[in-house]
Design a protein around this ligand. Sequence first.
Ligand code: AMP
Length: 424
Amino acid sequence: MPAAPQRPRGLKDILPAEQPYWVVMTRAAEAMAVGAGYQRIDTPIFEATELFVRTVGETSDVVTKEMYTFLDRGGRSMTLRPEGTAPVVRAYFDAAMNNGPQPVRLYYLGPFFRYDRPQAGRFRQFHQFGLEAIGDAGAGLDVEVITLGWRWYGALGLRGVSLQVNSIGDAECRPRYRDALRQYFRPYLDSLPADDRARFERNPLRLLDSKDPQSMSLLEAAPRSLDFLCEPCRAAFAQVQAGLGRAGIPFAVNPHLVRGLDYYTRTAFEYWHESLSGAQNSLGGGGRYDGLAEDLGYRPTPAVGFALGLDRTEGILQAQESAPAIYALAVEPSALEGMKALAEQIRERGLAVIADVSDAQLDVKLRRADRMRAALVLLVGLPEDGTECVSIRDMKARAQQQVKRGELHDRVRGMLAAHAAVPG
Ligand code: AMP
């Protein structure tokens, strides 16, 4: 028999047990984005290769090495989208959104593709939630976008997230910073790997993105973009920090944070998680990209946005929380029908319930609920006098309480909210 086909390296299935987290993440994203006036946009899964090559500048760059590029039957070069911003900007001009009221607020959710070396937290198909606010240069919009990302992690109940912000200046002040970086790195040039030497020549800001240990150790003492900002960039960065302060969002100014590509200007930010380390510590990031439209061949148009990875966030949610599911079981066989009716009622009111309809022993059913990582277990009993009684067990807190039928639904909702995720 021929060997069964293998799942390609770097790809994964999103299995049923993981789906509740995806439901929670996408619903929170939609609620957050729509609530702030962002409209959904879906761009194609692949685009003309040219669109992405223009955003990275040089075809020999590491970014283009990560692209899934193929020739279609007409001999045209196409690429599976490695990121969402360039396609959204293309669509903005294609649909003449630049002629309407500005800024245009857009969001997207979907899969992206990069031929990365597969490792923990890095997949060849991964998913992002992105926001792009196009057509306004004001720092107030940077604050809006950064705040929405922060609130999204909050809505998911994700703990341990930190916000890192920086400003990388603009076309006015960046050349001076670039020169300073070249001057700093020049004496070490021979000890850098080939990729980083190429970066030194073409765009030394990209050295700050380097994953090479030698380059990274040199970064500690490297010049900082904040020391080179021109007056308008300095004022904009002060506005961003004041705005975040007013919104009550804690942040750290991180002078090593950059977006290496030329079209990025001023604000750069990332959301980090304490459980992630090394090159994969970022849950998501974004920045202002006032130069991108022009690099793509359109009229210069300021914009700001973010892309937040869903795959890593899901991993953390899974490790952090019990699955946001309710598991219902009958304490004795006589209560089975009553339990099923109860599960049905809860489902009708919009919550997901798994009903254990087996005739297994109580302890077996409880172990199943535990293995499914249910947040709450409903235990339905029928004591001697025939009146149905229901208890709720909070699996994380290991606490159990009896509740009246009339109060059951509100109690369940309240307890699930404490688990920071209400699916269904
Ligand atoms: P980027 O578009 O490179 O700024 O990435 C934004 C976020 O998307 C990262 O912080 C990750 O959470 C996620 N991400 C990027 N590349 C991958 C990948 N290969 N696998 C999984 N998640 C990724």
